[in-house]
Design a protein. Structure first.
Length: 360
């Protein structure tokens, strides 16, 4: 069982725990050892704790007092129904969930063959080595870009829309949209596969930007991504036709402001009735915190390789984690939904469309 470290209660006002500790006659250090492992029951009582890792590290763990199964706040969850993937599928199928928010990360793109440019051994990483980047992240730093845009455009050439095809996970979200049950998809990916799968741009929040549009770094003139394609593919730095400044695709660099649509989360998350989190480690802020932005009673489904974010440290009985390969997880959900046939039709049409586009 975890207790809140009383020495900082003054600032946190979590007096409930302070009273508890004094009632038990526990001193702050006696029999207590520190840990960063949070306790779900405590967290549900301190909602603000869910957002703040520093806050979490202030918990202390008591190895002697936790013997029983009862939590700090009494009672157990034995009589609470733990939601399952089947429950979620049923609620989607019966249209009880009509405002689904999806959050996705790189894990939904890797099945399309998108390389992780940070992984040594991936062709892209090796490609970038020739530019002598001081560190991998420099490629997304605006100051470095001004000094040397070549590595970024090498990455752009690799990721430019059209090089890769969306996979089953993208089409599943498209199908959710076609059925009128998608409220919004928040993606960390910059590969544009969501758009290629036919998810309309207004249903998308591309939190880390997009190659679909671009802006002159000098005069701020807007460009379409397609206008840059030829230069990018030929390995040239695209220049503004007005001022000859470098045109930068609208990918969000470190230190740059998030795109305006990102802030629609303020509207979307409070009215969402289901949150699906797919293929993300939920490590990059502020994206990661969004997972905690839905109402407490809202079902959250994680389809991911690992248990991450609030699913691991502030899980609710309405949370479902489908761990393992992301595509297999989505397939399982699709089968429970009975949407297999429709998804296959959609993917086939999408594939045909994509191959036509490529032939043009
Ligand atoms: Zn310009």
């Amino acid at each position: 069982m975890l207790y809140y470290k009383p020495s900082i209660l003054n600032v946190c006002r979590c007096c409930f725990t302070a009273k508890f500790l004094s009632r038990r006659g526990l001193s702050t250090t006696q029999n207590l050892s520190r840990t960063n492992l949070p306790h779900q029951k405590i967290l549900t009582h301190f909602p603000h704790a869910q957002k703040n890792a520093a806050f979490l590290s202030q918990f202390i763990y008591c190895p002697t007092a936790c013997g029983g199964t009862r939590g700090l706040f009494g009672g157990s969850r034995d009589n609470v129904h733990q939601q399952t993937l089947e429950d979620i599928a049923e609620n989607i199928r019966e249209r009880k969930f009509k405002r689904v928010v999806v959050m996705a990360g790189a894990g939904i793109s890797t099945p399309s063959g998108i390389p992780d440019f940070r992984s040594p051994g991936s062709g892209l990483y090796d490609n970038l080595q020739q530019y002598n980047l001081p560190y991998a992240e420099a490629i997304f730093e605006i100051n470095y870009f001004r000094h040397n845009p070549n590595p970024f455009f090498a990455l752009a050439k690799e990721l430019y829309p059209g090089n890769y095809q969306p996979n089953l996970t993208h089409y599943f979200i498209r199908l959710l949209h076609d059925k009128g049950q998608l409220l919004r998809m928040y993606t960390q990916n910059i590969d544009g596969l969501e758009r290629m799968a036919g998810i309309p741009p207004n249903m998308l929040v591309e939190a880390h930007g997009t190659f679909a549009t671009a802006t002159c770094t000098v005069c701020r003139r807007d460009y379409k991504g397609e206008e840059l394609r030829k230069d990018v593919m030929e390995g040239k730095i695209p220049k503004c036709s007005t001022c000859k400044g470098v045109i930068k695709p609208d990918i969000v660099f470190f230190g740059e402001e998030l795109p305006q649509p990102f802030f629609s989360y303020l509207r979307d998350f409070p009215i969402a009735d289901l949150l699906i989190v797919m293929g993300t480690s939920l490590e990059v802020e502020p994206f990661a915190s969004l997972a905690g932005a839905v109402r407490g009673s809202v079902s959250r489904l994680l389809i991911n390789r690992d248990l991450v974010g609030p699913f691991s440290w502030a899980s609710r009985h309405t949370d479902v984690a489908e761990l393992g390969d992301v595509v297999s997880g989505v397939k399982k959900l699709v089968e429970l939904l009975g949407w297999k046939q429709e998804l296959e039709t959609l993917m086939k049409a999408g594939g045909d469309e994509a191959s036509i586009n490529m032939e043009e």
